[in-house]
Design a protein around this ligand. Structure first.
Ligand SMILES: CC(=O)N[C@H]1[C@@H](OP(=O)(O)OP(=O)(O)OC[C@H]2O[C@@H](n3ccc(=O)[nH]c3=O)[C@H](O)[C@@H]2O)O[C@H](CO)[C@@H](O)[C@@H]1O
Ligand SMILES: C=C(OP(=O)(O)O)C(=O)O
Length: 509
């Protein structure tokens, strides 16, 4: 019986270590013991004290044994500290989730390099695993290997995981080639108000896909006699709808033209990946994509998704609100050009390195050094547009930046029903943010930030904006329930600590 417990605890430790991406040797070093001792513990061959379990939990930032329900993660932020040094931008959530869905097109093995270890990726991995796709972290947890089975088992889909992410909608494009009738749960994700899926249905109808929405699920049926006869015109220039159309076109044996396509960063990464799979895509970076599909794809491929422009913007905003000098490395500059132009107008003192290519060989990167600056509010409103406009997901960061600038800034988020509303949470931290209507806020700066204890807004970017303001505010703030941040940022607290922040992770027991 005792042995059985040791084996179970050993497995928990091994899982927590792998989740962290550590080798046994790395864990041994953190504990001041030997790799062979860690190996014995993980195999259940070693008596282990409660104190040792607690130390392992601390080292891995994972509660190995919890008393009852291990509650949500919270952050305690000691603010008012300057950041310094340099930090690398990780690969993007939005490309990684699209690429994971795209692996369903390929009968061969896909290796994805430096995939962001974030909750959104974990949810898609859980869904893939539940339907029979073999996925495993390799190379010390940096890279992911994905091998689909000959037959997918959709009946066993982990519905709870699927409902927590909107990205699962990108299963539609690949699945319509693998089965004629299937079910998918309704797409979830951030609480940003109504987000339509109609454009996806309109686009995929060209490939014979019809969708009926029943209680909580989409029932998809494919009529194989239908194939695109003319160009597919997307009804809106959305990122995931463009990706879904690309995924469907990739295995359509013929040429598909997609018009009003998004040319945003995640779409470009997906196009580069499709090319690795042997699917030619003309017009990458433009709004007309011509896809030369192939009926069968069976290739072992290796691909490195590019860096996340929204994480780059987040780190840049962290430097601005904390009045720090910080170098942000591996910034995909093409997808941050408008943001930088606006910030330059506002008076941001910054320096850019020469450009160098990302590991995908295509995306242009720079290292960006940001210095403390006296910012002025921009003359015109801040508003997003599909790429190459100011990125929709970067708009919330301008609220925090505007709060540090002298004067009034109007922020107009026409895209999402709720996102601008969450920006008023900044008032709890001392900012003057007035909601004019559900899409527009007026920010008056500069701000004398003050600490506060708050719940995380239920949307990724506004949640990070609140965290950044807490880092600027003197004193100790608490941000509760940060799952939504972990959806899109890998180890954000630890990484910010590495450049001088003081953020402690804690949980309810
Ligand atoms: C996994 C992923 O990649 N998520 C991104 C993707 O979500 P996703 O592609 O799912 O975005 P949606 O399709 O929900 O579009 C966001 C909102 O913008 C509206 N809309 C969009 C385009 C357009 O030309 N006109 C228009 O009105 C939609 O109706 C919707 O209300 O794109 C969003 C917009 O860039 C980003 O915020 C998300 O981070
Ligand atoms: C809105 C976002 O993402 P999602 O589409 O995953 O909800 C985001 O990344 O800010």
């Amino acid at each position: 019986m005792a042995d059985d417990y040791l084996v179970r605890i050993g497995k928990l430790i091994r899982d927590a270590r792998q989740h962290r991406g550590w080798t046994q040797t790395q864990l041994a070093e953190a504990l001041g013991t030997s790799q062979s001792a860690v190996n014995r513990i993980e195999r259940g061959n070693q008596n282990i004290s409660l104190e040792m379990i607690a130390r392992i939990g601390e080292a891995l930032d994972s509660e190995i044994v919890s008393l009852g329900y291990a509650g949500p993660m919270h952050l305690r932020v000691v603010g008012g500290r300057r950041l310094s040094g340099s930090i690398d931008v990780k690969t993007s959530k939005n490309a990684c989730v699209a690429l994971l869905c795209a692996t369903l097109l390929n009968a061969g093995r896909t290796t994805l390099r430096r995939v962001a270890r974030i909750e959104e990726v974990y949810r898609i991995l859980e869904v893939l695993g539940s339907i029979g796709v073999r996925t495993r972290w390799i190379n010390d947890g940096n890279d992911l290997e994905i091998v689909p089975p000959a037959q997918l088992d959709l009946e066993s889909m982990d519905l709870e995981a699927a409902r927590r992410t909107r990205s699962v909608i990108m299963f539609l494009g690949p699945l319509l080639h693998r089965m004629e009738r299937f079910k998918l749960p309704y797409a979830g994700g951030c609480d940003l108000g109504t987000r339509t899926v109609t454009p996806h249905m309109t686009a995929l109808r060209h490939f014979g896909l019809e969708i009926t929405a029943t209680d909580g699920t989409y029932l998809a049926e494919v009529d194989r006699t239908i194939a695109p006869k003319r160009a597919i015109v997307l009804t809106e220039r959305g990122d995931t709808v463009t990706e879904n159309a690309l995924l469907a076109a990739a295995r359509h044996d013929g040429v598909t033209v997609i018009r009003n396509a998004s040319s945003n960063y995640m779409v470009q990464d997906l196009c580069f990946f499709l090319e690795e799979l042997g699917v030619r895509v003309d017009g990458i970076g433009t709004t007309t994509l011509t896809v030369h599909g192939v009926a069968k794809i069976d290739r072992d491929v290796d691909f490195a998704p590019s860096e996340d422009p929204v994480e780059a913007m987040s780190l840049l905003a962290a430097a601005v609100v904390t009045e720090s000098e910080l170098t942000i490395r591996r910034v995909p500059v093409e997808f941050l050009e408008i943001e930088l132009a606006v910030l330059e107008e506002m008076g941001l003192d910054h320096e850019r390195s020469a450009e160098y290519p990302a590991d995908n060989g295509r995306t242009r990167l720079i290292d960006l050094t940001v210095r403390p600056s006296k910012l002025q509010a921009p003359l015109d409103k801040i508003h997003p547009m599909p790429f190459p406009g100011l990125n929709i997901d970067n708009v919330p960061f301008f609220a925090a930046i505007a709060a540090t600038a002298q004067g009034q800034t109007l922020i107009h988020d026409w895209v999402y029903d709720n996102r601008a509303i969450y920006l008023t949470d900044l008032t709890r931290l001392g900012a003057q943010v007035k909601l004019l209507d559900p899409h527009r806020v007026l920010v008056d700066g500069p701000t004398r930030w003050r600490s506060a204890e708050m719940m995380c807004p239920p949307a990724l970017r506004p949640a990070v904006v609140v965290l950044l303001a807490m880092m600027a505010a003197e004193g100790t703030s608490v941000l509760r329930n940060v799952y939504v941040i972990n959806r899109g940022y890998e180890d954000l607290a630890e990484r910010l600590n590495s450049i001088g922040a003081q953020i402690e992770i804690f949980r309810d027991i």
